[in-house]
Ligand binder design. Structure first.
Ligand code: PEP
Ligand code: MG
Length: 599
């Protein structure tokens, strides 16, 4: 155990105020906690003893029904004049469900027979009904399932007098404390008031962590029990760099962390001298450093941190927090805005990667037991061809305004590439017939993030213009470690010999077929892995814009031949722990300032 950990453990024992989790987004903040309860349906069942209690609960339920209907009618009036009528009809359908006699009777019977409180009876009945609709397997009926869930949540919230918490309505500067935050919740945050967040669950490559980095707010995830320890309004310190949260700090803690915060911010400022310098090793190897973005609000950061373009635009965030699917025109406007702002640098747009831990709020995907292995990303697109074509047409149209490339996620084999290419040709033909301009030679690439694709990378390289390695998923699928599960995050190691071997295979396949290879997983922005990636000959690293300057500083101080030496030296080790220790020691020797806190 190193000194730092020892002192942490001592303090945990002493006053139980310090929790250690996974540092998801760097930086230090000190502020007031805001408790976020994300699930209106999570409450305990209350048993009823007397007839009077049962009648009272039935009454509460009826009142909540009336209130829910009033709310929906109000919402409907608001939507009446909108051009697109979909949302209006959805509300109509929900009112019909709310008035359904059978549903009402079922809930009342449940209260009477099971002798349970109204909220639990609503939960019970609507969940049962929603499961029946889901199991019918019909796409139309599955949508009704979403409506039933939504109605159930609304009635329960009204029974309990709870408002659905919407993070965008927080007015005072605060730090969010939650069991979990979905990417949709985080996409809604106002960084003017939300200083950062901490959660019980999650790992470093979960999309919630990725969003925290995108929003440039410090965050610690995987704290296991932070919601039990904190009360709303408590002062907390969040050290996103070290993955530490201190609850109700002492004056001594506050002084120590105010100093650390200052130092950290000073170091950050000093990095800006690298902004306009090339990302080149002292012996002349240039590695392109690009940015990953999730929201168009991040475009200014891309330029501010001196990125050479956007290497990964995760477009699925366009689909979150909305009721209808985005139209081709909406997609087009967004992509045009992005490319016009970033041009003459290139922009790589990744087609939607929904599923896994990124799900739609209302246009629900089918419930799956293993969503990460399910109908997600390109599989979803090749099934819902119209949704896919809408996006392809929009990207093609925006390609008339600058160097746009298309990247396809979650490719598992050749068949998918052939299908994609045929659809892309169809979209091009349509646009030509409609006299709409686009770049006919637009470059297409695939994410290598499934082990099957890595294994046959030599075959796939002949079909596309570039590879982008998604190490977040590649590691998850190769090592069988759920990237959002804090209990196994200790096993999630990019320096596992199997991962290094796969990376070598992919780079060799790409280069011997004359195409470039990028990394766009979180590994690309982590200084510890840089010598390995340089040594392997990766052409491009795409990362959170905030990481670019630090990575550039290190690129400029380590030669390619030193990196080769490090890659070669790794061959002597057999375990990921040995490899990691070796890398840490090497980096600490060369860059004591950057790696000071590493054991
Ligand atoms: C990856 O898997 O490494 C990646 C970049 O994609 P995402 O994190 O969006 O799954
Ligand atoms: Mg991925």
């Amino acid at each position: 155990m190193n000194n730092h950990e020892e002192s942490l453990n001592y303090r945990i024992k002493k006053n139980d105020l310090l929790l250690k989790g996974v540092g998801a987004s760097p930086g230090i903040i000190i502020g007031k906690a805001f408790m976020f309860y994300d699930d209106a349906m999570s409450m305990s069942v209350v048993s009823l003893a007397t007839e009077a209690e049962i009648n009272e609960e039935i009454n509460r339920f009826k009142q909540a029904l009336i209130k829910s209907k009033q709310q929906l009618l109000k919402l409907k009036r608001k939507l009446e004049h909108m051009k697109h009528k979909e949302a209006y009809y959805i509300i109509d359908a929900q009112i019909l469900i709310l008035e359904d006699r059978l549903l009402i009777e079922n809930i009342i019977t449940t209260i009477k027979e099971k002798k349970i409180d109204a909220a639990s009876a609503v939960k019970d009945t609507t969940r049962g009904l929603s499961k029946i609709f889901n199991d019918l397997g019909d796409a139309y009926l599955k949508e009704r399932k979403t409506d039933i869930d939504y109605i159930g949540e609304r009635i329960v919230a009204n029974i309990l007098g709870r408002k659905h918490q919407d993070l965008s309505t927080i007015k005072e500067k605060s730090i969010i404390v939650a069991h979990n935050l979905s990417p949709a919740d985080t996409a809604n945050l106002d960084v003017g008031v939300v200083m950062g967040f901490v959660t019980n669950v999650g790992g470093n490559t979960s999309h919630t962590a990725i969003m925290a980095r995108a929003l440039e707010i410090p965050s610690v995830v995987g704290l296991k029990k932070v919601t039990q320890e904190v009360n709303s309004g408590d002062t907390i310190i969040v050290d996103g760099t070290m993955g530490v949260v201190i609850i109700r700090p002492t004056a001594e803690n506050l002084e120590e962390y105010s100093e650390k915060k200052q130092k950290y911010e000073q170091l950050g400022k000093e990095l800006f001298k690298y902004k306009n310098l090339p990302a080149e090793t002292p012996d002349g190897f240039h590695v392109k450093l690009l940015a990953n973005i999730e929201l168009i609000e991040e475009l200014s950061s891309v330029l501010e941190y001196g990125a050479e373009g956007i290497g990964l635009y995760r477009t699925e965030f366009i689909y979150l927090n909305r009721k209808e699917l985005p139209t081709e025109e909406e997609h087009f406007k967004i992509y045009k805005k992005v490319i016009k702002k970033i041009s003459p640098y290139p922009v790589t747009i990744r087609t939607i990667d929904l599923g896994g831990d990124k799900f739609l709020s209302h246009i629900d995907l089918a419930e799956e037991i293993n969503p990460v292995l399910g109908l997600r990303a390109i599989r979803f697109c090749l099934k819902e061809v119209n949704i896919f074509k809408t996006q392809l047409r929009a990207i093609l149209r925006a390609s008339a305004f600058g160097e746009l490339k298309i990247l396809f996620p979650m490719i598992s084999g050749m068949q998918e590439i052939l299908q994609i290419k045929a659809l892309l040709e169809e979209a091009k033909d349509e646009l030509t017939k409609e006299n709409l301009s686009f770049n006919p030679d637009i470059k297409i690439g695939i994410m290598i993030e499934i082990p099957s694709a890595a294994t046959i990378a030599d075959m796939l390289a002949k079909e596309v213009d570039f590879f982008s390695i998604g190490t977040n998923d590649l590691i998850q699928y190769t090592l069988a470690i759920d990237r959002v599960n804090e209990h196994v995050s200790y096993l999630y190691n990019p320096l596992h010999p199997a991962i290094i071997r796969l990376l070598k295979t992919i780079v060799e396949a790409a280069h011997s077929n004359g195409i470039e290879v990028a990394i766009c997983g979180e590994m690309a922005g982590e200084p510890l892995y840089l010598p390995l990636l340089l040594g392997l000959g990766i052409n491009q690293l795409s990362m959170n814009p905030q990481c670019i300057l630090k990575i550039k500083k290190i690129v400029r101080s380590i030669t390619r031949s030193e990196s080769h030496g490090i890659v070669k030296a790794l061959d002597q080790f057999k375990t990921d722990v040995e490899m990691e220790n070796f890398m840490k020691q090497e980096m600490k020797k060369r860059f004591p300032e950057e790696f000071i806190s590493i054991n």
